[in-house]
Write a new protein. Structure first.
Ligand code: 9PG
Length: 743
């Protein structure tokens, strides 16, 4: 991309990098964002405002701004140029400024607001309105647009909402962050980021915060006014006289490929927040979704022994004990009677069989029945009338620990050191951690909710070192950089719809296979950029479940194509060989995420999830309806051999698109192989990627096809080869070492 050019116009300064142009209107106190490729002013009259606690807002709109001059920028997004604008200030008013940056190698603009306290006394800063009601123009009326609603924490629904209707309410078990504008007709609110897209043209804008360590944020759209706003919450913390406080940094990128732009936004957020790197994606067994709180030492050992007896077919890394071992919610170091030899001993048993050990806990809450609560009533976040309630679960009220309290921090550190250093656990699943960020009064009054939350997470990270941290029930933005994996959706369950009843818009965060699947697909852009996504567990059993075979296939397909963690949660010794094979098909974890192709065209749940594996593509085609349906699957340009994985059916050499019958709640998983006009592999039953994991290479020497295979979890299977005279099935047994097949 060319350099960023600065220009002075009659109205004010402008910057442009050939793709985007920012024009400032000094008199009006606003700026416009112009997409030069599309020839469209995407955001017009964007203004900045700041609200102090118990005071009216100060905004740039109508007041005018003064140009402080351009400056070279060099940050996580590369080199560029920033314009800084200062609001015309009356006496006694805080000084407000904002900075807009364009980069040489990025299509995005970054906006940040600041406030400087000129008064001799402290002021309390409530929020930065980094975009205050900017007019959004995507070439279609507000009601025609789709709004990507991103939830506050793991279990919060994330989905496309049709702007002709209503926003999705925030509902239990998710406790809202409490700072979003109240729901209203025509108002659509998203946490941290959004994408707003015209489904007809595919054109849209991604707007989201790329820093999130200090302030929670949200973005919202007023459909009838056509206005986009973005808010970064300072939560009323004190700003001392003559000090400055800045908002989080807002990323704005217009795009005609908004799914790709979401990924670039994810990359930018990961860069600013120092997302943790990793080598391979984690796999394991988790006790929760079969045993729930009934888990016992004996049941853990039974599954452990089964795994150890079948190491080739279920090659998982971790055995993780979930909720059910502890004496009480908060009393993590005391095991209950179901774990008679204690948790240290059990970690030893897990290690002795060659697995790493994982343990669940909810370190930021104290249950009303716990010793923790009884002994330390002063360790809790408080509100008028008593301690802040984080949630009600386990038949008791659970309170939020105050992570700014030095004694709580010392307790947390000791807790995690004991679990990891003394007991020997290699993996901690830290759950319900949104509780660290609830609204309320804390020991340190000058800390935002996001900062308090991060103090807790940083303490855990320091205590556990490089062991694996899986976040769950976590607010998204401020977790980046401190956790290795994060749950991205509501709990899976051995039934399809929440409560086994038809879905409603108020139950989207309740446990169910469908709710878990939804977020796994819609939060695709996080995986590998912020952490590794945890799509929640794979449940494949035939008994103790209401999931039909097609539903299990759909769940396995979504988890497999998500690239995220593969965690099994069944009673393994009870699985039939056919069902156990469904787990094997996802191992080893491929690790790269598919992209939903129709995210913006389909409200709620996309039907098409595509993964480019290099030599071929995988296209999963879903039918979320309760009846059988024909679904149209578009093919990329060119001629493709189409092979269906679950039914092992060669559909043919195709171009354009195909209509496929898909069973209710089921899917078809297509391997699309570009036609080479000569014998070639078109299908494999060893792994869900149909070749990306198990085929190391393929060579045609004019008369023979050589296929170089690598061992994967499944040892017996088939390769399907296309030849001019038909499809040949090659049966392969005991693939336990690399092997070359000649056909
Ligand atoms: C253990 C479980 C599992 C699961 C977690 C989490 O609001 N609620 O009452 C509520 C209860 C449980 C829950 C989420 C919400 O599930 O996601 O994997 O570890 O806790 O209790």
């Amino acid at each position: 991309m060319p350099e960023v050019r600065v220009e002075e116009t009659e109205r004010g300064p402008a910057i442009d990098n050939g793709e985007l142009r920012i024009e400032v209107h000094l008199n009006k106190g606003t700026f416009d964002v112009i997409d030069l490729r599309a020839g469209r002013t995407v955001l017009r009259n964007a203004a900045v405002a700041i609200s102090l606690r118990d005071a009216p807002a100060f905004q740039t709109l109508g007041e005018g701004v003064e140009f402080a001059g351009p400056a070279d920028a060099d940050d996580a997004h590369g080199r560029g140029v920033s314009l800084t604008l200062l609001r015309e200030t009356d006496e006694d008013e805080p000084e407000i400024s904002f900075t807009v940056t364009l980069y040489e190698d990025s299509r995005s603009a970054i906006v940040q607001a600041s406030v400087h306290n000129t008064s001799p006394v402290p002021v309390r800063v409530q929020a930065f309105h980094v975009l205050e009601a900017a007019a959004l123009d995507l070439g279609a009326p507000g009601k025609a647009l789709g709004f990507y609603k991103h939830g506050w924490q793991s279990w919060s629904p994330s989905l496309m909402v049709d702007c002709s209707g209503y926003d999705v309410p925030m509902s239990p078990p998710v406790i809202g962050p409490g700072t979003q504008p109240p729901p209203a007709d025509g108002r659509f609110v998203s946490d941290l980021m959004t994408a707003i897209v015209d489904p007809a043209s595919g054109y849209g804008v991604v707007a989201g915060f790329v820093s999130a360590a200090d302030q929670f944020s949200h973005v919202w759209f007023d459909r009838d006014a056509g206005m986009l706003s973005a808010v970064s919450h300072a939560d009323g913390i004190e700003l001392a006289s003559l000090s400055t406080l800045a908002s989080e940094r807002l990323y704005i990128e217009p795009s005609d490929t908004p799914a790709e732009t979401m990924c670039r936004y994810g990359d930018a957020l990961g860069r600013e927040m120092d997302a943790l790197p990793y080598d391979g994606v984690t796999s394991g067994w988790c006790s929760w979704y079969y045993y729930f709180q009934g888990i016992s030492e004996a049941e853990v050992l039974a599954n452990l022994d089964y795994l150890a007896a079948n190491p080739g077919v279920l090659p998982v890394e971790y055995v993780q004990i979930d909720d059910g071992y502890q004496a009480e919610i908060g009393d993590w170091l005391t095991a209950n009677e179901k774990f008679p030899r204690g948790m240290k001993q059990l970690a030893g048993e897990i290690h002795a069989r060659g697995y790493k050990a994982g343990l669940w806990l909810a370190p930021f809450i104290a249950g009303a029945r716990s010793k923790l609560f009884a002994e330390h009533p002063d360790w809790l976040v408080s509100r008028t009338g008593g301690p802040a309630i984080a949630l009600i679960n386990w038949d008791q009220t659970c309170y939020a620990l105050d992570l700014t309290h030095p004694a709580v921090i010392a307790w947390l550190e000791e807790l995690f050191r004991t679990i990891c250093d003394d007991w020997g656990y290699d993996y901690v699943k830290i759950d319900f951690i949104f509780a660290g960020a609830v609204d309320g009064v804390r020991y340190d009054p000058n800390v935002t909710r996001a900062q308090a939350y991060r103090r807790g997470l940083e303490t855990i990270r320091d205590a556990v070192g490089n062991r694996f941290v899986l976040a769950c029930g976590n607010p998204m933005g401020p977790s980046v950089g401190l956790v290795d994996g994060a749950r991205v959706g509501p709990d899976v369950a051995p039934y399809w719809h929440p409560f086994g009843r038809a879905e409603s818009r108020s139950t989207l965060s309740e446990p169910s296979a469908l709710n878990s699947i939804r977020n796994t697909i819609t939060r695709f852009w996080m995986h590998g950029r912020l952490w590794m996504n945890d799509p929640d567990c794979l449940l494949v059993r035939e008994t103790d479940t209401a999931l039909a075979g097609d539903e299990v296939r759909a769940l396995a397909t979504v988890i497999g194509l998500s690239g995220g963690m593969v965690l099994s949660s069944d009673n393994l010794p009870k699985l039939s060989p056919a069902r156990q094979e469904l787990i094997s098909l996802l191992l080893p974890v491929y690790g790269r995420s598919a992209v939903p192709l129709d995210l913006f065209q389909t409200p709620d749940l996309p039907h098409l999830f595509e993964l480019d594996c290099g030599t071929h593509r995988l296209l999963a085609v879903f039918n979320w309806a309760d009846e059988s349906d024909e679904t149209e699957a578009p093919l990329p340009p060119g001629h493709w051999h189409v092979f269906e994985f679950w039914e092992r059916e060669y559909i043919g050499l195709r171009e354009g698109s195909l209509e496929l019958p898909v069973p209710p709640h089921g899917c078809r998983l297509l391997r699309l192989t570009p036609d080479l006009g000569r014998p070639q592999v078109i299908g494999s039953t060893f792994h869900i990627t149909q070749g990306a994991a198990e085929i190391a290479g393929e060579k045609w020497d004019g008369s023979t096809l050589l296929v170089h295979l690598r061992p994967v979890a499944k040892q017996d299977g088939e390769l399907f080869l296309w030849r001019p005279d038909g499809v040949q099935t090659v049966r392969i047994e005991r693939l336990t070492a690399e092997r070359t097949i000649e056909a």
